[in-house]
Design a protein around this ligand. Structure first.
Ligand code: HEC
Ligand code: HEC
Ligand code: HEC
Ligand code: HEC
Ligand code: HEC
Ligand code: HEC
Ligand code: HEC
Ligand code: HEC
Ligand code: HEC
Ligand code: HEC
Length: 313
């Protein structure tokens, strides 16, 4: 029974599609492109027709655009006769276009704002700086480099030179290696978090890959749960471990060293002689003792981000 109904549906679809194709015989790459491709054909602009090889060119999908969905009906342009240049189409997207960014973007958003991924576009850093969708996306090219991990950074670096310098530093996320992409941490289409973070905060964005830093811990270190960038600069740093500065400097942002009366605790068995304290802090570093800097689970009531209340290396 089910097979029989399936067969009827199949037959219906085949004839239906055949009719649709027959009606659009003059189209080359997109449904309904004939009114434009009568002039912009393979001979005129072969590179434009590569749009047929993108998801926009899936002609069986009737949600996909035709030329006029993006460029507008452009009546004056199509109907132009004579040898002089035709008037411009309603919307152009090239470098020297007179079409405002908001109008260009609206053409895309008509179809691409319904999903959840771009509902925060309006008011976002790129939108308010008049960045167009096609500053990053190449809709006429078969390969849209911004969507590929390996080629994406170069698209961003065209405008973000500082980040190019950062990811080339000695300690860096493997962005140029193609293992982590900018869009693993940023939603460039808009975000509820700071700095276009993909999640609502820096920490939740980082926990997606560094889940062990979330804990739960018996003793949290407050700057860790607040914002990883208190100590790390995620693009790249000259200090190891993506640290903004080497310990103890990174710690001195908030703590005074041991031996400063009333501020930091003094390790048992460690003298309060200022000189030996200097030795402890700079020669061996805070992390020799405070190894559990992201949070500790010492069950014996010991705090201080030490591995154990009694353990001192
Ligand atoms: C009668 C022939 C003809 C038709 C039909 C036609 N065009 Fe054009 N189009 C041209 C010519 C010629 C140019 C080059 C004009 C110039 O050099 O300024 C052009 C240029 C363009 C440009 C570039 C404008 C610029 O300066 O940035 C776009 C975009 C464009 N056409 C889109 C379309 C679209 C979309 C359609 C269908 C709705 C279409 N054209 C239909 C002849 C045509
Ligand atoms: C999804 C939206 C979209 C569709 C559909 C589309 N275009 Fe474009 N078109 C653009 C964008 C954006 C550019 C700018 C170059 C780029 O980013 O690839 C452009 C560039 C052009 C150009 C080069 C001049 C310029 O403005 O830079 C021409 C000519 C053109 N399109 C014609 C066409 C024709 C003909 C069709 C139908 C076969 C078509 N376009 C379909 C968005 C579209
Ligand atoms: C008439 C509706 C329509 C318009 C207008 C439109 N798109 Fe699309 N777009 C689609 C559909 C449908 C798909 C395929 C959907 C899917 O795969 O989920 C798509 C897919 C895409 C994709 C994903 C491609 C991929 O590799 O997965 C990108 C990027 C995109 N569009 C960008 C744009 C940009 C930029 C514009 C404006 C210049 C635009 N679109 C205009 C309907 C549209
Ligand atoms: C700053 C660069 C940039 C700008 C500007 C930009 N995009 Fe994207 N877009 C990306 C990147 C990177 C991806 C792939 C990763 C992702 O999905 O976040 C992407 C993916 C997409 C996709 C396919 C996957 C998805 O999210 O559905 C669509 C559709 C899309 N963009 C549409 C748009 C539209 C529409 C605009 C303009 C309103 C736009 N983009 C502006 C960089 C950009
Ligand atoms: C591992 C996560 C991560 C990756 C990958 C990443 N970023 Fe970021 N980015 C951040 C965080 C976190 C901030 C906020 C840092 C701050 O406020 O100091 C940020 C900030 C920024 C800023 C704003 C800087 C400022 O000073 O306002 C830009 C621009 C930026 N990133 C671009 C990029 C680009 C381009 C790439 C890819 C080459 C990229 N990011 C990859 C996490 C990341
Ligand atoms: C055409 C230029 C251009 C391109 C390409 C571009 N951006 Fe931007 N971006 C800007 C401008 C302009 C701003 C706002 C001013 C600033 O913060 O520098 C911005 C801001 C940002 C911010 C900071 C947001 C904030 O709240 O401070 C991040 C993060 C960012 N871009 C990431 C990216 C990523 C990732 C890419 C590549 C996928 C990219 N951008 C591609 C121009 C661009
Ligand atoms: C998409 C996954 C992903 C996200 C999201 C992510 N990271 Fe990473 N992180 C990695 C990978 C992969 C490495 C490299 C691991 C390796 O080389 O063994 C890494 C390495 C690191 C390192 C060690 C670097 C070194 O030099 O050894 C630090 C610190 C770090 N990440 C912090 C962060 C922070 C902070 C965030 C949030 C802003 C974050 N990560 C978000 C994947 C991610
Ligand atoms: C108080 C400063 C500080 C904060 C805040 C901080 N870290 Fe770290 N992080 C360090 C130090 C110091 C190291 C190097 C010592 C070590 O390996 O524990 C490090 C190392 C790392 C490493 C690489 C070595 C490892 O343990 O895997 C990752 C990954 C990392 N941090 C992720 C994070 C994430 C994710 C956050 C935010 C949830 C964060 N850090 C917040 C100080 C901090
Ligand atoms: C952005 C500020 C900030 C930075 C940077 C920072 N801390 Fe902290 N740290 C705090 C705060 C806030 C507390 C909690 C103080 C309290 O509860 O009284 C704390 C607590 C501690 C404690 C005591 C924990 C306890 O159980 O009493 C130790 C040990 C410590 N930090 C070591 C470090 C070391 C080592 C570094 C450098 C790798 C560092 N901190 C970097 C803000 C910071
Ligand atoms: C030789 C090991 C050692 C080194 C090196 C060390 N600490 Fe400690 N630290 C301890 C011990 C042990 C305690 C617990 C002392 C106590 O409870 O009185 C402690 C306690 C602390 C506390 C908590 C103070 C309080 O009042 O509870 C802070 C903050 C701290 N250290 C920061 C640092 C910083 C910052 C550095 C580097 C500049 C550093 N420590 C280097 C062993 C060390």
């Amino acid at each position: 029974m089910n097979k029989f109904i399936g067969l009827i549906i199949l037959v219906f679809f085949c004839t239906h599609t055949a009719v649709a194709i027959a009606a659009a015989e003059d189209d080359i790459v997109l449904n309904g492109d004939a009114k434009c491709t009568v002039c912009h054909d393979e001979a005129d602009s072969p590179e434009l027709l590569a749009i047929g090889k993108t998801p926009h060119g899936v002609r069986a999908d009737d949600r996909t655009p035709t030329c006029t969905s993006c460029h507008g009906e452009s009546v004056g342009h199509i109907e132009h006769k004579g040898k002089n240049k035709p008037p411009k189409p309603d919307r152009t997207f090239g470098k020297h276009t007179a079409t405002p960014a908001a109008d260009r973007n609206q053409a895309c958003l008509n179809c691409h704002q319904k999903d959840n991924k771009r509902h925060l576009w309006v008011g976002s850093a790129h939108e308010t700086h008049d960045i167009a969708c096609n500053a990053c996306h190449q809709v006429h090219a078969a390969f849209d480099s911004v969507q590929d991990k390996r080629t994406q950074p170069d698209v961003c670096f065209a405008c973000h030179k500082e980040q190019r310098a950062q990811v080339n530093r000695q300690s860096h996320h493997p962005v140029l290696e193609g293992k982590v992409s900018c869009s693993d941490c940023h939603n460039v289409h808009g975000s509820a978090g700071p700095r276009l973070m993909k999640a609502d905060s820096v920490v939740t964005t980082c926990y997606a890959c560094h889940a062990e830093k979330r804990g739960p811990f018996v003793h949290n270190h407050q700057p860790v749960t607040d914002d990883c960038t208190n100590c790390h600069m995620p693009h790249g740093t000259t200090a190891d471990n993506l640290l903004k500065a080497r310990p103890p400097l990174v710690c001195y942002q908030c703590h005074s060293g041991h031996g400063t009366p009333g501020i930091a605790g003094i390790a048992p068995g460690v003298t309060t002689n200022p000189q030996s304290d200097t030795f402890i802090e700079q020669g061996r570093g805070c992390l020799n003792c405070h190894t559990e800097i992201h949070g500790s689970n010492n069950p014996h009531g010991g705090h201080n981000l030490l591995p154990s209340a009694f353990f001192l290396r």
